[in-house]
Design a protein around this ligand. Structure first.
Ligand code: 3PG
Length: 393
């Protein structure tokens, strides 16, 4: 991997791709984790006198300009975090952007408009990549969260300029490669979230190395149902029952201990929190829906996690946004934080949960990627990473 140490940036204009695809609320950044995660790279480049031209996508505007997806709130938050004026332009590769880029002094920071306002970004259009490249003299990719997309700003431009991974990209690849390659046991894989369809590739790939697989969240319902348990009106993927059985027998063949919930917090529906109650897993009634794992499950999972040398966790254990269904995720987050082994939390919702619980500092690596982290753990080569690995980028 080519890193910042391999790139001559002194005094140069550096096009820096970041993943500032952050949640907005009332025109403000609601969670700035991804912005803060890029500060080390920005600081390192500024210290070396680089002139930074930051660029990112935000949301999925599908090639159209959308007022609600402009990067202005991101520029405001970044200016506050850096305690300096970030020069934001409402332009990507036009006159305004070129003028901004040419006027930046050493250590100054500019931000282009949402890359996906131009349809050519997602098409990885060579002309658009050339226009982006012409703004700068070298390129740094710190957008791990977008590295699974082969777009102009993540892939196309890397071939046109001397390029390197930023510090966040480097840290992500380092931690997740440790998961893929390391021989640390017991290796405990904890998966939650709504659907098994998102996690099949990860189970298939990581079950080669894992010793235990702990299953919670909505996806556990599909496994429970496949095993013949009553899951009432819980979310379960009817069309994935065979897949769930196949994954269970794959785990068995590979000698992995699979731990499913032994109790659950149920309610007639998500809004009926006053009727929420904890039941043993064989006590779920036809009118119940499972919204969280129960305390017995938290205790059993925590015991396995406590003995682990390596933990990877992706996906919440219940409907974390609702306090009545939060305890399962909180309990697992606490167990992971307390685990003395190497701990990795990956992917949007579980990463947001550990942040919100104030436990992120006690996790060895909280990944900023969602889909990118999953694809990396599936063993896929990410287009945004591949080009940074090649000899002459
Ligand atoms: C993410 O949030 O996972 C990345 O920013 C990629 O966004 P996308 O799924 O819209 O490409």
């Amino acid at each position: 991997l080519r890193t910042l140490r391999d790139l001559e940036v002194e005094g140069k204009r550096v096009l820096t791709r970041v993943d500032y695809n952050v949640p907005l609320q009332d025109g403000r950044v609601a969670d700035d984790t991804r912005i803060r995660a890029t500060l080390p790279t920005i600081a390192a480049l500024r210290e070396r006198g680089a002139r930074l031209i930051l660029c990112s996508h935000l949301g999925r505007p599908k090639g159209q300009v959308r007022e609600d997806l402009r990067l202005a709130p991101v520029a405001d938050r970044l200016s506050a975090l850096l305690d300096m004026d970030v020069r934001y332009v409402r332009d990507i590769t036009g006159d305004e952007a070129r003028t901004m880029a040419s006027q930046l002094g050493p250590g100054e920071v500019g931000l282009l408009e949402n890359l996906r306002f131009d349809p050519r970004e997602e098409q990885n259009d060579p002309e658009f990549a050339r226009e982006l490249a012409s703004l700068a003299e070298c390129y740094v990719n710190d957008a791990f969260g977008a590295a699974h997309r082969a777009h102009a700003s993540t892939a196309g431009v890397a071939a046109l300029l001397p390029s390197a991974a930023g510090l966040l990209m480097e840290r992500e690849i380092h931690a997740l490669t440790r998961v893929l390659e390391a021989d640390e046991h017991p290796f405990v894989l904890i998966l939650g979230g709504a659907k098994i369809s998102d996690k099949i590739g990860v189970i298939e790939n990581l079950s080669r190395r894992a010793d235990a697989l702990l299953l919670g969240g909505g996806m556990a319902n599909t496994f429970l149902k496949a095993l013949g348990y009553e899951v009432g009106c819980s979310l379960a993927e009817e069309d994935r029952l065979d897949e769930a059985r196949r994954l269970l027998s794959l785990a068995e063949q590979r000698g992995i201990e699979v731990v499913l919930p032994s109790d659950a917090v149920v309610a007639p529906e998500l809004g009926a929190v006053e009727q929420a109650r904890t039941v043993p897993i064989d006590g779920v009634g036809p009118d119940d829906a499972i919204f969280d794992i129960g305390p017995d499950t938290v205790a059993r999972f925590s015991k396995v996690i406590g003995d682990a040398a390596l933990v990877v966790w992706n996906g919440p254990m219940g409907v974390f946004e609702i306090p009545a269904f939060r305890e399962g995720t909180r309990g697992i987050a606490q167990a992971v934080a307390a685990c003395p082994g190497f701990t990795v939390v990956g992917g949007g919702d579980s990463a947001a949960a550990v942040e919100e619980l104030g436990l992120a500092d006690r996790i060895d690596h909280v990944s900023t990627g969602g889909g990118a982290t999953l694809e990396f753990l599936e063993g896929k080569e990410l287009p945004g990473v591949r080009l940074l690995m090649e000899e002459n980028g």
